[in-house]
Unconditional design. Structure first.
Length: 107
């Protein structure tokens, strides 16, 4: 299991778990994490799984695709350098302990 920490807008930390190869959105849902809507079902076309990735881990992760980059222009809260779509991130072992910041809204 890979341990994840989801930081809610009020500072509350929710623990999550993932298996290697699972998307971050799927892991969040299975872990009962609040704040992810994921309207398109993980297809990268709705922008409602927006999150901010801990900058220290961001450098180790693969870059967003052209499609993800385009969709990030339409998320509900400001796009930052560490903005990603949770449905497009595949969790891997090296992400153990990753902190994911959940925005205060997805619409
Ligand atoms: S679930 Fe729709 S973009 Fe991620």
């Amino acid at each position: 299991m890979i341990q994840l920490f989801f930081i809610q807008p009020n500072g509350a930390i929710q623990d999550g778990r993932a298996v290697n190869g699972q998307t971050l959105l799927s892991a969040a849902r299975e872990s009962g994490i609040d704040g992810f809507t994921g309207e398109c079902g993980g297809n990268g076309t709705c922008g409602t799984c927006h999150c901010y990735i801990e900058p220290e881990h961001l450098a180790e992760m693969f870059e967003p695709s052209e499609e993800e980059n385009a969709m990030l222009e339409f998320v509900a809260t400001p796009r930052e350098a560490n903005s990603r779509l949770a449905c497009q991130i595949v969790v891997e072992y090296f992400m153990d302990g990753l902190r994911v910041y959940v925005p205060d809204r997805q619409f």
